[in-house]
Ligand binder design. Structure first.
Ligand code: FUM
Length: 303
């Protein structure tokens, strides 16, 4: 069974990746996961300077999901390059660094820094963090999305993934802008903005009031967005949003995702990626295919 897939210029040994913000910098997950078996690792978003993130509480469990308002807590790009890339790049899988700028100018400068770093195979632009001021604004207006991505594209020879927000009325125009800007793939979707309230105290639970909803609760929305973009925009897609079983993985592949990222499931079933990889060949073969590539985007649309 050929499990390999391609996201534009980035080739992957298989389509199962882990999502930014749900896997730390991989060391924490190593007891549960044979890291070298993954198609790729997307570590936590890094920013130009260290950030403490938002005040706690910044996580709430919800029905079939989780709200987070972490606020891009990280030690900054220099620390990432010095302390995390050496470990991550030794694991025998693809390393897709994830970056977020505070301004449009910061994105290409972060990308230019990573361009020089051996072991970083690709760069995912977090254009869609709902927990910092202006965080989703890079993926809510097509002209801004295209401009930021083009500047990043011109700043590196490495493949670029654009992580988009579902908190828009027209995901197609944003995905198409990402394509025009030069992205190799779009990652669909980041979290949906939600809130949680402690009614007895008449207070929001999160100190930031709102947070990003992830987990199985959002899977149907993510799947719809992947399906819509796959039908209308000629760009590879990485599906993410509530994927927690191999059936979910197969649904995203059939809908048109070339790869998937596992996110919230890493918190409640940290070895799930390994079982999915064990069972993926059988699921693909059950469709009469001998490669993952053959099943991508084969959804039969009702007449
Ligand atoms: O708040 C956070 O750190 C989350 C980031 C994101 O959803 O992109």
């Amino acid at each position: 069974m050929d499990l390999s897939v391609a996201l534009g210029r980035l080739s992957l040994a298989n389509p199962i990746l882990v999502a930014s913000g749900t896997f730390g910098y991989a060391k924490e997950a190593a007891p549960f996961v044979d890291l070298g078996r993954l198609g790729g690792i997307v570590p936590k978003t890094v920013t130009s300077l260290p950030r403490a993130g938002n005040r706690p509480p910044r996580i709430v469990e919800t029905a079939s999901g989780m709200l987070n308002s972490i606020g891009l807590d990280n030690d900054g790009i220099d620390h990432f390059i010095e302390h995390h890339v050496p470990y991550l790049s030794r694991q025998g899988t693809r390393l897709i660094a994830n970056v977020a700028g505070k301004t449009e100018d910061e994105f290409p400068s972060l990308v230019a820094k990573l361009d020089l770093v051996a072991g970083v195979d690709a760069i995912e632009l977090n254009l869609s963090c709902p927990n910092v001021s202006g965080g989703i604004d890079f993926a809510t207006k097509p002209e801004v999305t295209e401009r930021v991505i083009r500047r990043c594209y011109e700043s590196t020879g490495k493949p670029i993934l654009a992580k988009l927000t579902p908190n828009v009325t027209d995901i197609l125009s944003i995905a198409d802008a990402a394509r025009q800007g030069g992205a190799d793939a779009v990652t669909l979707i980041n979290t949906l903005v939600g809130t949680a309230i402690d009614w007895r105290k008449r207070r929001p639970i999160l100190s930031n009031v709102v947070g990003g909803l992830s987990g199985p609760a959002i899977k149907p929305i993510a799947l719809r967005m992947v399906m819509m973009v796959a039908r209308k925009v000629a760009i590879p897609i990485v599906g993410v949003g509530g994927i927690s079983t191999l059936d979910d993985v197969m649904e995203f592949l059939i809908a048109g995702a070339s790869a998937v990222q596992l996110g919230t499931v890493n918190f409640f079933d940290p070895s799930s990626s390994m079982r999915m990889l064990d069972d993926l060949p059988t699921a693909v073969a059950s469709l009469g295919a001998s490669s993952v590539q053959e099943v991508i985007g084969t959804l039969e649309w009702p007449r």
